[in-house]
Design a protein around this ligand. Structure first.
Ligand code: UTP
Length: 276
């Protein structure tokens, strides 16, 4: 039902400099797999096969990663190293990758609007690859797709964060309509620490209905002079319905050093060693 997933990867990744000076943040490995590959696996697990990547300058290694490397593959053909490529070969066979360039870095809302040419007029997922989300039983996007089948409206992933960290996130508030599910009535992008608000923070997974494109088109630059997806979603929430879903699973903010190290330790122990 939801076949396409949009990956906005055009940002500069300034919190991880100097590593991200010439290397895309999304290509940083967690153990032995780049962040974006975890994201693509999550989307495939949720039944999607169209991976729509919103690119920026210097992000070509992402295209190369999801393509054949004849020289390398010829070189290791028939050796025991070949098994290290099983996963990525499967991804390349199962999914279609399309790319578009965001010429100016004008915010996540603008990046999503740039992806319209790849998405068309259908509901779609958005996945921010530096938010690494892991749940063994059922991936976060799979959980959200199930909800979409029931409610047919935009859904955003949220998670409780400590009150002293709300200034780093988009924060929602709304009516609790059932276990883990809220009908959003307000949303604030990176509120001041002192603001009286909930501590339900938006995490980088969204299911969006296609009317979001025309809403973003009309959205004026907000916080930081950027076109914020939270502003467009607030409009959508007030004129229709947006749900926030408190997902099951682990989440690591790999856009900063601490989160990235935590993710690496977690994946080494729970995925890499566990599967050895
Ligand atoms: P972030 O602000 O978290 O990522 O944007 P960033 O800008 O790359 O990193 P810092 O803050 O400078 O360290 C959230 C996501 O939106 C994408 C980013 O690539 C990231 O995945 N994004 C953001 C775009 O694709 N285009 C934009 O104009 C802004």
């Amino acid at each position: 039902m939801i076949k396409k997933c949009l990956f906005p990867v055009a940002g500069y990744g300034t919190r991880f400099l100097p590593a991200t000076k010439s290397m895309p943040k999304e290509m940083m490995p967690v153990v032995n797999k780049p962040l974006i590959e975890y994201g693509v696996e999550e989307a495939i697990q949720a039944g999607m096969n169209g991976m729509c990547i919103v690119m920026g300058r210097g992000k070509h290694s992402i295209m190369d990663h999801f393509d054949k490397n004849y020289e390398l593959e010829h070189q290791i053909n028939g050796t025991n190293k070949e098994e290290l490529l099983i996963n990525i070969r499967k991804i390349i066979n199962e999914a279609n990758f399309t790319y578009i360039r965001q010429h100016e870095i004008k915010g996540l809302g603008h990046a999503i609007l740039t992806g319209q040419a790849l998405i068309g007029n259908e509901p779609f997922a958005v996945l921010l690859a530096d938010d690494l989300c892991i749940n063994k039983e059922k991936g976060i996007l799979s959980q959200m797709v199930e909800l979409y089948k029931q409610f047919h409206c935009s859904i955003i992933a949220v998670r409780e964060v400590p009150k002293n960290e709300i200034h780093k996130y988009g924060i929602i508030s709304g009516k609790n309509i059932k276990n883990r599910l809220y009908q959003v009535d307000s949303m604030l992008e990176k509120p001041e620490k002192s603001t009286e608000s909930s501590n339900l923070a938006i995490i980088g997974r969204y299911i969006l209905t296609p009317d979001i494109f025309s809403i973003i088109n009309k959205t004026k630059p907000g916080k930081g002079g950027e076109i914020q997806i939270t502003d467009a979603l607030l409009y959508q929430a007030q004129s229709g319905c947006v749900l926030a879903y408190q997902f099951k699973g682990e989440r690591f903010d790999c856009g900063n050093v601490e989160g990235y190290i935590e993710a690496t330790n977690y994946c080494f122990k729970n995925i890499y060693l566990a599967n050895k």
